[in-house]
Design a protein around this ligand. Structure first.
Ligand code: NAX
Length: 350
């Protein structure tokens, strides 16, 4: 019996170690977020410890020499799951048959540049990349947009890839979600995993609405609503919200560089939840396509909602009570997204 069990175990192990590699592309791969991100992906933190990976690094032509350095470092990590690393500046190579796309690459804001000009430069990149995804990627590809303005870039990429389901596209608001979670945890003197079900609504910008009306805090064994645990409504409705909204700017001011380590961690959290699902009874935040006017959010936006994920499919958490204070904030961030979308669509003609 023991021998039979042992040989079955060895067989299962052999099969699992022979799993087909998945192809994952990271754009902006020579940039600072990618530098913090690639190691975690390559060592199995996102797609699983038994999932071999072909990692494709896409950036623009002047960055190819830098990519060579990143490739050497990945090789030098001697990671068993990493089957191949492909550096490229061509979308037809970068997006060929991919299973997951993490679109970080974008144009940074230059001095004196208007917000609208930055938006136009970036949505043009995401139009091209959306069209390339449509042409070259698997139809099951999961696309995560990180490059800013992340929501509108994601919308444009999705509109430019009509053969890929809109549900396969999402944008990163997990960093904001993690920031909100951590702020509440620090305030209550508990670890971040003692706080669950915070929500980021709307745009990944300073109009986003970090909402803890449905969050729960485990205060040393007793679970309480966040408002009861924090016991400071003024802070929760004031400084807490502005701290999360302005956190990116605060990091830039202090570090003279934008958030990279925390952004990379959030990307891993987001993609891992898509791949393996959210824990039972918990939800997370991500920018997804609004098709149903849920919570009064206009259709045809990429808007951050509370979601639960199962079998690689998200579902908006519905039926949460939204008070007037919250509703006005949901509406304000939607208004900004409508303006961004209309500017982008008029400019690109998509
Ligand atoms: P970096 O400037 O360090 O890197 C960007 C990289 O993108 C560069 O290597 C650049 O050559 C490349 N790139 C530019 N155009 C490209 C194209 N057409 N195809 C492929 N690659 C291209 O920026 P980094 O700090 O890594 O940030 C990247 C983006 O993430 C920025 O847009 C940033 O604003 C955004 N962020 C979004 C966050 C979110 O939560 N959604 C948080 C972190 C970050 O601020």
């Amino acid at each position: 019996m023991l021998t039979l069990l042992t040989s079955m175990y060895l067989l299962v192990r052999a099969v699992s170690t022979q799993a087909e590699p998945i192809r994952v592309v990271v754009t902006g791969a020579a940039g600072q977020i990618a530098y913090s991100l690639l190691y975690s992906i390559a060592k199995g933190d996102v797609f699983g410890q038994d999932q071999p990976i072909v990692l494709i690094l896409l950036d623009i032509p002047p960055m190819l020499p830098v990519l060579d350095g990143v490739v050497m470092e990945l090789q030098d990590c001697a990671l068993p799951l990493l089957r191949e690393v492909i550096p490229t500046d061509k979308v037809e190579v970068g997006f060929k048959d991919i299973d997951a796309a993490i679109l970080v690459g974008s144009m940074p804001r230059k001095e004196g540049m208007e917000r609208k000009d930055l938006l136009k430069a970036n949505v043009a990149i995401f139009k091209t990349q959306g069209a390339a995804l449509d042409k070259y990627a698997k139809k099951t590809v999961k696309v995560l947009v990180v490059g800013n303005p992340a929501n509108t870039n994601c919308l444009i990429a999705s509109k430019s890839a009509p053969s890929i389901p809109k549900e396969n596209f999402s944008c990163l608001t997990r960093l904001d979600h993690n920031r909100a979670r951590s702020q509440v945890a620090m305030r209550c003197g508990v670890s971040s995993d003692s706080v669950k079900n915070v929500i980021i609504w709307g745009n990944h910008s300073s109009t986003q609405y970090p909402d803890v009306h449905h969050a729960m805090v485990d205060l040393h064994g007793s679970e309480k609503p966040a408002y009861d645990a924090v016991k400071d409504d003024t802070w929760l409705r004031g400084d807490f919200i502005s701290t999360v909204q302005q956190r990116g700017a605060a990091v830039i001011k202090a570090r003279k560089l934008s958030s990279a380590m925390s952004a990379a961690k959030a990307i891993c959290d987001h993609m891992r939840d898509i791949w393996f699902g959210t824990p039972e009874g918990e939800f997370t935040s991500m920018g997804i396509y609004s098709s149903e006017n849920t919570y009064g959010v206009p259709k045809d936006l990429i808007y951050s909602f509370p979601v639960q994920i199962k079998d690689k499919t998200w579902k908006i958490v519905e039926g949460l009570a939204i008070n007037d204070f919250s509703q006005s904030k949901l509406d304000a961030t939607a208004a900004e997204l409508i303006e961004e979308r209309d500017t982008a669509v008029a400019f690109l003609g998509v």
